[in-house]
Design a protein around this ligand. Structure first.
Ligand code: SPV
Ligand code: MG
Length: 307
């Protein structure tokens, strides 16, 4: 799918009557796995990407390092990628550059949150962070919309009001301002274990514009409840990286304990599966098409002549 059709597809998904589910990816490989599982779009999660890079989700990886990696996700898949663009890495001016570069990397949408650079992951505790001023953040959203070169690139404005202990009123006030600034959708984030505040948000928001939810802390809420509340998109934000952590920890411990890889073989992907996911078959077809045909007898003869 071309970059233009990916942006169009993400926009369509946002406006479809049914809820769309996005799964986190943090590498080309995990993006391909999410796509193969059937997810129609991918969340390029800041938490998962930084964890995979071995750094904290606190803008320790620079935005350009993140984009270099996200380009692999986009290249590896045909479904649209929604980039977790954190705060936009600064003020309106940084957002403008980020949006243009992200489009070139192949992302179909950017989600920008109303915190200040550098931010920390919303769920990690460790002190409440301050929110951006509403007007300043609205300027970031306006700048994002003015900078996109593809009219279909989706800009999601994420409010962290409820994450930092603010009220649903505050979240609604902010979301309305961001919508007026041009956001295509809003993400109402919450770190409550109960869906209560996001459900109240949804009820009062009505259908002003599409709403994206991230049910990580309220994961036990039936998905149906969030669908019925009108969520346009639901992001499962960190589950592939978490799955891979457990698999790698178990595998590493077993190999060390047994001083052998024999015991883990049946429980890990075969090399054939690795090659399939990398699409080695396509490279073989391309070699047959583009490399000069190799003639074994002629090769042998030339080796004889040389010796
Ligand atoms: C992420 O996946 O990086 C997110 C969602 O921003 S959360 O971790 O809930 O903040
Ligand atoms: Mg994030």
């Amino acid at each position: 799918m071309s970059e233009a059709s990916k942006t169009r597809r993400l926009r369509e998904l946002l406006h479809e009557p049914q809820t769309t589910f996005l799964l986190e990816a943090h590498s080309g490989l995990s993006a391909r796995i999410a796509q193969e599982a059937g997810f129609p779009a991918i969340w390029a999660s800041g938490l998962a990407i930084s964890a995979a890079l071995g750094v904290r989700d606190a803008n320790e990886a620079s935005w350009s390092q993140v984009l270099d990696l996200v380009e692999f996700l986009c290249d590896a898949t045909q479904v649209p990628v929604l980039l977790d663009a954190d705060t936009g890495s600064g003020n309106f001016n940084n957002v403008r550059r980020l949006v243009r570069k992200a489009e070139r990397a192949g992302v179909a949408g950017l989600c920008i949150e109303d915190k200040l650079f550098p931010k920390k992951n919303s769920l990690c505790g460790g002190g409440v962070e301050s929110l951006a001023d509403v007007d300043e953040f609205s300027g970031r959203i306006r700048a994002a919309k003015d900078s996109q070169t593809d009219p279909d690139t989706v800009i999601v404005a994420r409010t962290e009001a409820m994450v930092v202990g603010g009220s649903v009123d505050e979240a609604l006030h902010r979301a309305r301002a961001y919508r007026e600034a041009g956001a295509d959708a809003v993400l109402a984030h919450s770190m409550s274990e109960s869906p209560h505040e996001v459900l109240e948000f949804m009820k009062r928001w009505k259908d002003t514009c599409p709403v994206v939810l991230v049910p990580t802390t309220y994961a036990s809420t039936p998905t149906r409840t969030l669908e019925e509340a009108g969520a346009s998109m639901i992001i499962w934000a960190n589950h592939l990286v978490r799955a891979s952590i457990v698999a790698m920890q178990r595998t590493a411990a077993t190999i060390l304990a047994e001083s052998s890889v024999a015991g883990v073989e049946p429980r890990i992907a075969s090399l054939a599966e690795v090659f399939r996911l990398q699409d080695m078959a396509e490279l073989e077809r391309a070699e047959a098409r583009y490399l000069p045909e190799r003639n074994a007898e002629a090769d042998e003869a030339s080796t004889d002549e040389e010796s």
